[in-house]
Design a binder for this molecule. Structure first.
Ligand SMILES: Nc1ncnc2c1ncn2[C@@H]1O[C@H](COP(=O)(O)OP(=O)(O)OP(=O)(O)O)[C@@H](O)[C@H]1O
Length: 211
């Protein structure tokens, strides 16, 4: 489903990821951990082709992805939540935002809005549906961004710090929700309790030698 072989990624004049290899197969939850700045977000973005890799191989669903164009057909099959949900919410309302993905996938307007409403209900967020995305709290934004991603029925999830802005009750809710999804997922998280609850395995990132 996802395989990474000897991947190296540079940002500016610094190597951020050096010679990294791993695979994500089956219904597994692989967590990315490491100190701040060790490249967790960089890796997730490289896996979607948003940041180019200098060396190594990324395969999505078996296909070798090298240029940005190679990644495009797979982005609709992979649900990605950015570390900052403001980077992916554009509304205007919560319901419009969640319906945007299904509309883009070719559903009719009534179908897309039905899917969006159901997804918000599943997350217990339907009470937000008519609100502007600009007035949501940080935690609400996280859940709405996740609803938008799940409404597209992804085959794999890449989540960047999904517990940011959530209180313990909502971290529990998110944990249960992700466990019930039965999807392969790669999750960057600094939250050790959340990781312990969900991770099948953990990949530790370290700062590479630069020079
Ligand atoms: N656009 C950029 N240009 C140059 N360097 C960048 C850029 N974006 C990030 N970096 C650097 O790349 C390194 C890795 O950043 P990244 O955000 O991937 O780390 P992270 O492990 O996700 O960190 P955190 O745990 O704080 O979220 C950091 O040193 C960061 O300063």
């Amino acid at each position: 489903m996802l395989s990474v072989n000897h991947l190296s990624v540079r940002r500016g004049d610094q190597w951020i990821i050096r010679d990294l290899s791993f695979r994500l197969e089956g219904i597994r939850r692989l967590f990315l951990q490491g100190e701040i700045g060790t490249g967790k977000s960089t890796l997730l973005q490289a896996l979607l082709g948003f940041i180019p890799a200098q060396q190594g191989e990324i395969r999505l669903f078996g296909a070798l992805c090298q240029t940005e164009k190679d990644f495009r057909p797979f982005r609709g099959r992979i649900g990605f939540c950015f570390q900052n949900p403001d980077d992916q919410l554009f509304g205007p309302t919560v319901l419009d935002d969640v319906a945007f993905g299904p509309l883009n996938q070719g559903l009719s307007k009534p179908e897309a809005y039905t899917v969006a409403r159901r997804q918000l209900e599943k997350l217990g967020m339907d009470y937000l549906k008519d609100r502007s995305v600009n007035v949501l709290s940080g935690g609400e934004k996280n859940f709405v961004a996740l609803a938008g991603v799940l409404a597209m029925r992804p085959e794999m999830l890449l989540l960047d710090e999904p517990t940011n802005g959530l209180d313990s009750k909502n971290i529990k809710k998110l944990t249960a929700l992700l466990r019930d999804l039965n999807l392969p997922m790669l999750i960057a998280s600094h939250d050790s309790a959340f990781t312990e609850q969900l991770a099948d395995s953990v990949l530790w990132l370290r700062k590479p030698e630069n020079g």
